[in-house]
Design a protein around this ligand. Structure first.
Ligand SMILES: [Zn+2]
Length: 171
C-alpha cells in the first residue's frame, strides 16, 4: 500500500477543506468530495453532464421546499430550466390537493428545491416575472386555464353521476 502518498488529494467543494483519498464526504458540510486542484474540468460531454455541472453544491442542501408552481408539466419544466441556469437543482411534484384526473397533462405541478437554494430560486423567479408578457403566450395560458377548469367541472359531474347511480342501486 502507498501509505506515504500525498495526504490531501480530495477537497470539499463547499468549504475547501482538504482530505485524504480514503475520505468520501466532508464531515462538516456532508458534501461528496472532489479531486483537489482541478482548475478546468473537462468540457461537458452531453446535456445531462452539462446539467450536473451547472448545479451549485451550496444550493443542493437541505429539505425540499416548494418555491413555485407550474400550471402544467411544460411550464414547470420551463421554470426548472430557469432555476438550473442559476445553479439551483429542482424537482417536480404533482400539486397536492388538486384533484385533477391523472390523464390530464394540464394538471399543475409544484417545483421543489433544496432549502439552501430557495433564496436564489425565488430571486430568479422574481426576475423572470419582470420580463414583458408575450401576448401569444398569454392566450395559450388562458386556454390552458379553461382546459383545467373543464376537467374539474367534468370530474365533478362524473362524481355526481357515480354517486347518483350508487344511490339508485342501494334504493
Ligand atoms: Zn466541507
Amino acid at each position: 500500500m502507498s501509505a506515504e502518498a500525498p495526504s490531501e488529494v480530495l477537497a470539499c467543494p463547499d468549504c475547501g477543506r482538504g482530505f485524504t483519498a480514503e475520505e468520501r464526504f466532508c464531515p462538516d458540510c456532508r458534501m461528496p468530495l472532489v479531486f483537489a486542484g482541478v482548475e478546468s474540468p473537462e468540457p461537458a460531454r452531453d446535456a445531462a453532464h452539462e446539467h450536473a455541472r451547472k448545479i451549485r453544491p451550496e444550493f443542493a442542501r437541505g429539505d425540499l421546499v416548494r418555491v413555485a408552481g407550474g400550471r402544467n408539466q411544460a411550464e414547470a419544466e420551463l421554470i426548472q430550466n430557469l432555476l438550473l441556469e442559476e445553479g439551483v437543482p429542482s424537482m417536480l411534484r404533482r400539486s397536492a390537493g388538486f384533484d385533477v384526473p391523472d390523464f390530464l397533462a394540464a394538471g399543475p405541478r409544484d417545483i421543489l428545491v433544496p432549502a439552501s437554494g430557495a433564496p436564489a430560486a425565488l430571486d430568479a423567479l422574481q426576475e423572470a416575472d419582470m420580463a414583458p408578457t408575450d401576448e401569444e403566450e398569454y392566450r395559450v395560458s388562458g386556454r390552458h386555464a379553461m382546459l383545467v377548469l373543464g376537467g374539474i367541472v367534468l370530474g365533478g359531474l362524473l362524481a355526481a353521476l357515480i354517486a347518483w347511480t350508487m344511490l339508485q342501486a342501494v334504493g
